[in-house]
Design a protein around this ligand. Structure first.
Ligand code: ZN
Length: 413
């Protein structure tokens, strides 16, 4: 449509390149939490916010927050955000694309002299990835009021605590929680992000609308059989823990196939004693099960753990489950999904609904407001990798859809 025919993609991609130059390592993109490069990324983004007519501020958690006032005083804000930290040897778009595109949309509003009734807050969150200290979602949890103070004692690889890193960064670690908003401050949360998976590419779509951020159950499974001589113990008399694990892994793959939104992965395994001529007496492996709905995930976990118990009983293996992580799914708001669908239709981009198997800052915000996410196709679904790539035309599509969504947003609907 004429009102949004402005070409956004080149500016947005140039800014993603500029952010990618702020790296702890000269040969790759690595920008972790509370580093000098993180401070520089905040400064760069703050400058773009000012140029777009926003007032930027560093909050107590280290997030950069830009505010674009609305016309109704004290109305709750539309929050547009993603993260500015990266994994090690990262791509240029995971997180950054959402922040930069949101700023481009506000810039467009500002140049057209437009304001919503409600204010808009654009946030570049810190530490979504957890690369440096392990703890994840620090910035978004602080904003949602669910920051875990115990995370301050987490240490990086050189033994520095998050608490000391905050002090070195120039922030008071005891004031991280001051970043908290309440449900009265926020009308809705919207995050644009690359898909990090191959579904949109397969469906030949530039943009997709997220239905939910999948919940996840993660555990360590330990099997104990009996080690023995690989030449002398007959097949029928073995208690081979690794062979038991193999049967379990095949079951996990079968059980998680064919149910939309359900995925199951054994990504790590270790056998002991680990010798070519010894029947493996011990085996430990990880199990990661995710699904769009908690009902589907819980049913899969129940079936899989029951099957593991049966396989172990039949094979004479002792079994231990060590729970590692259990997070419910975060549902996206039906209203926001419909509004995004309207925006896609208005801009002429076909779309689909799909769940997000990866975690996002939106999960944290779900605690205090309705959330929505717009996915942008990424090449071959590759992410957390320097090969991460997007098409300029897809970035253009995402920006136009987000802009239209913002223009139509009504906090009092
Ligand atoms: Zn991300």
């Amino acid at each position: 449509m004429a009102d949004s025919a402005h070409i956004w993609a080149n500016d947005i991609l140039a800014r993603c390149d500029e952010l990618a130059s702020l790296s702890e390592s000269p040969s790759e993109l690595t920008r972790t939490f509370l580093t000098l490069e993180h401070a520089r990324a905040n400064e760069l983004v703050a400058g773009w916010m000012v140029a777009a007519g926003m007032t930027p501020q560093l909050d107590g958690a280290g997030n950069i927050v830009g505010r674009y006032d609305g016309t109704v005083p004290d109305a709750p804000a539309l929050m547009l955000a993603s993260h500015l930290d990266t994994v090690r040897n990262a791509g240029k778009y995971d997180g950054m694309l959402g922040v930069v595109t949101a700023i481009a949309c506000i810039d467009r509003l500002n140049r057209d002299g437009l304001r919503l009734t409600c204010p808009i807050e654009v946030i570049g969150f810190v530490n979504e990835e957890g690369t440096r200290f392990g703890a994840t979602l620090t910035g978004s949890r602080a904003v949602a009021g669910t920051f875990n103070i115990a995370d301050l004692e987490a240490r990086d690889a050189s033994g520095v605590t998050m608490r000391d890193a905050y002090t070195a960064f120039g922030l008071d670690p005891d004031k991280v929680a001051s970043a908290a908003h309440t449900d009265k401050d926020i009308a809705a949360y919207m995050e644009l992000h690359i898909e990090q998976g191959p579904v949109l590419e397969r469906e030949n779509l530039a943009v997709g609308i997220v239905t939910a951020i999948s919940g996840a159950t993660r555990m360590r499974v330990e099997l104990l059989g009996l080690a023995g001589h690989a030449g002398t113990v007959p097949m029928g008399q073995r208690r081979d823990a690794l062979a038991g694990a193999a049967e379990i892994i095949a079951y996990v793959e079968k059980r998680c196939s064919g149910t939309p939104g359900l995925v199951g992965t054994v990504g790590w395994i270790e056998a002991s004693p680990g010798a070519v001529n010894v029947v493996p007496g011990g085996c430990a492996f990880s199990l990661d099960i995710r699904a769009e709905t908690d009902r589907v995930r819980t049913a899969a976990v129940e079936n899989i753990t029951a099957e593991i118990a049966q396989i172990c009983a039949r094979r004479g293996l002792a079994l231990t489950f060590v729970p590692l992580h259990d997070a419910p799914s975060s549902l996206c708001s039906e209203n926001l999904m419909l509004e995004l669908e309207n925006a896609c239709a208005h801009e002429g981009f076909p779309t689909m609904r799909l769940p997000s198997g990866a975690g996002h800052d939106a999960m944290a915000l779900a605690a205090i407001c309705e959330i929505g996410m717009l996915f942008i196709r990424c090449t071959k679904g590759i992410s957390h990798n320097p090969a991460e790539a997007v098409l300029a035309e897809d970035v253009e599509a995402g920006a136009r859809v987000l802009y239209h969504f913002i223009r139509e947003f009504n906090y009092a609907r």
